[in-house]
Design a protein around this ligand. Structure first.
Ligand code: AMP
Ligand code: TRP
Length: 344
């Protein structure tokens, strides 16, 4: 028998960021900046502050509230327009947690055991990690599939979670004999899909690195940004004349990629401009570019944070619109699974 035709799902973009600590340059270049580009291309965009993901590791409640609002301010300051995109916090739309439970019953233990992020985060203390940290990718799949989203822009580190999302959609559709959930496309593009630590070019720039010197925070002032780039670890050689010359030089390659992503250009063009020059020239140029791009965002975030009630109102409005999309998907999901609707 031929396969049933795949329904055509209209293009819809979904992505999320955790409100655990502040935003880094990695979040900005790998995620936020690309979210804005998608919105500006006129595609339907849904962006979520994933507070339920954040609590998979301990969060001080007051800090979580602050980080959630600050992240909302970061989205808006970076160019997300709450009128054109849906911007909301995950916990306000019950469909996420409910669909995650159903996916807990679809995904297999072996699939989750392979997730490298869990292994990295739980480390040697896997027995003490929360069950939520282990099941985290199922909630991420629920975030995406509750909207029948088709495209998910993320940094490189999320690729494995998106493959799991695809596996969950395929298994659900297969087990229940439906073509209900789309098989999503990861969108991992651009010069900065993996921004590395400024202290160690083999490690990802991360909000959880104990060294603040390892990252640029979106809340850093201009002097701090310049000082961090000046002190960034590099080798003593000048920049090479061709891209191949960066192959064995992770720190140099990282700074070139950052410059390219910030300047909306390519690493090739950066090498064409700076090849043969030393870091004494390149680092100040990079710092200037970073300050020019980041300081308006930083200033706008501070301005927005002065009116927390307005931020909460924007998130509430986004949650209403998100709920209106996700609830009918959940109603159909319950129907497919055989959960009877006894309450009117
Ligand atoms: P998180 O802060 O872990 O919630 O990540 C939010 C988004 O930022 C995800 O799409 C990540 O892939 C992306 N991201 C986080 N760190 C980096 C990095 N160092 N380079 C590129 N993208 C990143
Ligand atoms: N797990 C992602 C991260 O840590 C955040 C996230 C949660 C997400 N739900 C998502 C990203 C849905 C894309 C789509 O970076």
């Amino acid at each position: 028998m031929p396969d049933a035709p795949q329904p055509v799902f209209p293009k819809r973009i979904f992505s999320g960021i955790q409100p655990s600590g502040g935003l880094t340059l990695g979040n900005y270049l790998g995620a936020l900046k690309r979210f804005v580009e998608a919105q500006d291309n006129g595609i339907e965009t849904v962006y979520c502050i994933v507070d339920l993901h954040a609590i998979t590791v301990w969060q001080e409640p007051a800090k979580l509230r602050h980080a959630t609002r600050e992240l909302a301010a970061g989205f808006i300051a970076a160019g997300i327009d709450p009128a054109r995109s849906i911007l909301f916090n995950q916990s306000q739309v019950p469909a996420h947690a409910e669909l995650a439970w159903i996916f807990n019953c679809v995904a297999r233990m072996g699939w989750l055991r392979r997730m490298t992020q869990f292994k990295d985060k739980a480390g040697k203390h896997a027995e003490e990690a929360s069950v939520g940290l282990f099941a985290y990718p199922n909630l991420m799949a629920a975030d995406i599939l509750a909207y029948h989203a088709t495209h998910v822009p993320v940094g490189e580190d999320q690729k494995q979670h998106l493959e799991l999302t695809r596996d969950i959609a395929i298994k659900f559709n297969h087990d229940y004999g439906v073509n209900f959930f789309p098989v999503v496309e990861p969108v991992i593009e651009g010069a900065a899909t993996r921004v590395m630590s400024l202290r160690d070019g083999t490690k990802k720039m991360s909000k959880s690195d104990p060294s603040d010197q390892s990252r640029i925070n979106l809340t850093d002032d201009s002097d701090t940004i310049a000082q961090k780039f000046r002190k960034a670890r590099t080798d003593p050689e000048p920049l090479p004349e061709t891209l191949d010359g960066l192959a064995e030089r992770p720190e140099a390659r990282n700074l070139v990629n950052i410059y390219a992503a910030l300047g909306d250009t390519t690493p090739e063009a950066v090498i064409a401009q700076f090849g043969g020059q030393g870091f004494g020239t390149f680092k100040p140029a990079l710092a200037d570019l970073a300050v020019a791009k980041l300081s308006p965002i930083n200033a706008e975030m501070s301005r927005l944070m002065q009116d927390v009630a307005e931020i909460d109102r924007i998130l509430g409005d986004g949650a209403e619109r998100a709920h209106a999309i996700a609830e009918p998907v959940l109603r159909d999901t319950r129907e497919i699974v055989g959960l009877i609707r006894s309450r009117r």
